[in-house]
Design a protein. Structure first.
Length: 405
């Protein structure tokens, strides 16, 4: 059967998904340039002038209708194209084709309102349009607070403020941060700062049934920003069977009206119980799905393809391992890369991948100037325990040398 995939993302982060899907489905790709590495995994493609960057999705819908074979499902794992993907699915009468549901995930204010109406635990929040309103909201909520854009992901534009002076200084960062393909609002959210560990639950949703696949625990760095510098996925994580977590995840999906598709639900484990931080209507970002695949054996690409096509996903784990990733950054702003050397002989067997993300001539910076685009390499590890993964990633970190120009 033919599956329409909108965009692919970077090869280092997403090829494994396209490879597994392409082995079982006829993939027709919609993208903005001629495919390169993607060709071995796809049956056809359409090059568009604006592949999903316009919210009205007119060009995408026209391209989808022009695909020679009947399309059974529409899929994207790109946050900036989630709403457009839903519009294409709706135009074709396929699962996941409710733009209102997609928008409730894309727009964090709509997410907050829907969860509030359903009584789902979450931080207190106020929508504001300027610094004065933000100061008033923060005073009512109580410092520290978090400033958050309404339509971004990967913690972009999210910043912690502990005082009124910090709020004034950092408000523009939350308001003005953007990425290609995203749209901006003239308001931001002021939210209660929820303390505790941050976790995420990736789920496959089929006909309203929510199947959690794996839990990822985040490693956050570069305060007061919330850069995700690593993740750990344990197939035996007790949160995956925790009744309170599972109820909150189910209630969240019901509140947002999600009946078909992949979701990534982020929560904080606060002293007063779990609280929902945000929900994305797609697979988790970074390498979380890859870690889930390696730790549990559940193929997230095939699960995503199945629910996109209205089929029940395969969600049974066949192993109980731990997978972890660590992202590496330059030491200072405006670092010009000459080369990134990896001493493969120093890598322990638990190291799964070490991949350079920057090359000769690239100029990179750590957060906040660089955010996730400041990453120069990543390493993944798979082992029996989280401690063994951490030891392997320490060795991988030490095996990477950055030569500057």
């Amino acid at each position: 059967m033919t599956l329409l995939v909108i965009g692919t993302g970077g090869r280092e982060y997403r090829e494994y998904l396209l490879a597994s899907i392409g082995a079982r489905y006829r993939v027709h790709l919609l993208l903005g340039a001629e495919p390169t590495w993607e060709r071995e995994h796809i049956a056809g493609w359409t090059v568009l002038d604006h592949p999903g960057e316009t919210v009205d999705a007119t060009e995408l819908c026209a391209a989808a209708r022009a695909v020679p074979e009947p399309v059974r499902g529409v899929l994207s794992w790109d946050e900036a194209r989630v709403l457009q993907t839903a519009k294409v699915a709706g135009a074709l009468g396929l699962p996941g084709g409710n733009p209102d549901v997609a928008l409730r995930c894309r727009d964090k204010l709509l997410t907050r309102r829907a969860l509030h109406a359903a009584g789902v635990p979450q931080p207190a929040f106020v929508q504001v349009g300027d610094v004065d309103a933000a100061l008033e909201a923060a005073g009512a909520i109580g410092y520290p607070v978090v400033l958050k854009p309404r339509a971004l992901a990967a913690s972009l534009g999210v910043v912690l403020v502990r005082t009124p002076a910090e709020l004034v200084e950092r408000f523009a960062f939350a308001r003005d941060t953007t990425v290609p393909g995203a749209w901006t609002y003239d308001t931001v959210l002021v939210e209660e700062y929820a303390t505790g560990a941050e976790v995420s639950v990736d789920s496959a949703v089929h006909c309203g049934h929510v199947s959690p696949l794996y839990v990822a625990r985040k490693d956050i760095g570069y305060p007061p920003y919330f850069e995700e510098v690593g993740h750990v996925v344990d197939a035996a994580d007790p949160l995956l069977t925790d009744p309170e977590i599972l109820k909150i995840v189910r209630d969240t999906h019901a509140a947002l009206g999600i009946t078909d598709g992949m979701t990534h639900t982020e929560l904080k484990l606060t002293p007063t119980g779990p609280k929902v931080i945000e929900v994305n209507g797609r697979l988790g970002g970074d390498l979380i799905p890859y870690l889930g695949l390696r730790a549990t054996g559940i193929d997230p690409g095939l699960a995503a393809a199945a629910v996109a096509c209205g089929l029940p996903p395969e969600v049974a784990a066949d192993r109980r391992l731990v997978g972890a990733v660590r992202f590496l950054y330059p030491a200072k702003d405006d670092t010009t890369i000459d080369a990134i050397d990896i001493d493969t002989g120093a890598l322990p067997v638990a190291v799964d991948r070490v991949t350079a993300l920057a090359g000769p001539g690239d100029v990179v910076s750590p957060p906040p100037a660089g955010t996730l685009w400041g990453r120069i390499a990543f390493a993944t590890a798979v082992a029996e325990t989280a401690a063994a993964c951490a030891h392997a990633l320490d060795a991988a970190d030490a095996a990477v040398t950055v030569r500057e120009r």
